[in-house]
Write a new protein. Structure first.
Lengths: 214, 172
């Protein structure tokens, strides 16, 4: 039997490794990405077909009806700032960054936010990915499908890490740093950044160390 | 859309062999900030061909519009982006309260991770290219109806001035 990591695709082949998956210790981690044992699934398991989203509003007058939240506009503008930077347009990039900062500042606070609420929110995000993927597939929108492939893996990793934290507290970070892939958002806990991002495959220098920067 | 190209230099790849300075017929590659001067560049491509470290590439002066999106996909993407931006906010709120701790670092990384994924979603939801008609429309809407009195309206106006105007006949 083979067990596959739902985040990076690492395969634990019981025949090759000589250890049944069940017998691996409870705190065993994926050797590539650090995901928990519970993030693995048997290879044979086929995903059930997800329903596609059908209750979309009519956006024929798109810009009028499409109300984006402050949080979405913040991400939209910071993305355009980066787009301008890539095109070597520093002035436009700075201006979009200003708009992004404004929208980040006016995004309303989440009431009574706790680590537990974040875990629940991540769980909801993961639960929505199958229908998002099915909707993108039905429309043959491969860009939207790619967003699902990366986003779902990154979100699963966040969920795995927050659960590891809920279980072990600060102990999970002892002697380790928090690393962020600045391309896809993959978060890794370890002494060094991975050589390649397990999700988007960029090299280690694209990772940023979040902890102990000062 | 014109076929005009301009050369851009990737500073991370540039090994300062400076062959681009020898071959450029207009001096566009010789600048104090290492950014090839788009005003001088005629898009001949000589610098890109000569560069031994493949640090220079040619990009179109006018970018094409993003691939068309169906309403249903845009709507589904927006629903997920909304969830994620709210998770980002919650994570950064708590991170600010427990700064300089293991949890603080973890949540800061999570907030930034959620932002990166939301950015990617918003690009696929029709806002990939800064020069697109969608972005122009959005900026015009924001100028016409600022979300709050503190909205930096001059910033949006300045962007509308800097971004190229839409083509006379938008080819949808």
């Amino acid at each position: 039997m083979k067990y596959v990591c739902s985040i990076c695709g690492y395969v634990h082949d019981e025949a090759e490794k000589g250890i049944p998956f069940e017998e691996l210790p409870a705190d065993w981690k994926c050797p590539w990405c650090g995901a928990s044992k519970s993030d693995f699934a048997p290879q044979e398991e086929k995903e059930a077909a997800a329903p596609i989203v059908t209750d979309a509003p009519d956006l024929s007058e798109a810009h009028e009806l499409q109300k984006l939240s402050a949080g979405q506009l913040a991400a939209l503008c910071s993305s355009l700032a980066r787009g301008c930077e890539k095109q070597y347009k520093p002035e436009e990039s700075r201006l979009f960054k200003e708009l992004a900062d404004y929208f980040t500042a006016i995004t309303p606070a989440v009431e009574d936010a706790t680590v537990m609420t974040i875990a629940d929110a991540l769980k909801e995000e993961i639960a929505f990915y199958p229908s998002l993927k099915a909707t993108a597939e039905a429309a043959k929108d491969r860009g939207a499908q790619r967003v699902c492939v990366w986003g779902e893996k990154v979100t699963r990793m966040l969920y795995s890490l927050i659960n590891q934290y809920l279980e072990k507290g600060d102990q999970m970070l002892e002697g380790k740093d928090v690393w962020l892939c600045t391309v896809c958002g993959f978060v890794y806990i370890g002494k060094d950044a991975p050589e390649l991002c397990p999700v988007c495959k960029v090299p280690a220098w694209k990772f940023e160390k979040i902890s102990g920067r000062n | 859309m014109s076929n005009k190209k301009i050369a851009v230099r990737n500073l991370r790849l540039c090994t300062k062999d400076c062959l681009c300075l020898y071959v450029c017929p207009t001096g566009a590659t010789d600048t104090e900030n290492s950014i090839i001067d788009p005003e001088k560049c005629i898009g001949c491509g000589e610098c890109a061909l000569a560069c031994p470290s493949a640090a220079i590439s040619l990009v179109p002066a006018d970018y094409p519009e993003q691939q068309p999106k169906t309403n249903i996909v845009v709507s589904a993407l927006n629903a997920q982006a909304q969830r994620k931006s709210s998770t980002e906010k919650a994570a950064s709120q708590i991170a600010a309260m427990v700064a300089d701790s293991g949890l603080g670092y973890l949540l800061e990384a999570m907030a930034r991770s959620e932002r990166l994924v939301t950015e990617d979603i918003m690009r696929e939801a029709g806002y990939m290219l800064p020069q697109s008609a969608n972005v122009r429309q959005l900026l015009e809407d924001l100028v016409a109806n600022p979300p709050t009195p503190s909205f930096p309206i001059e910033t949006a106006k300045q962007l509308l001035k800097l971004l190229p105007p839409p083509p006379p006949n938008p080819g949808n």
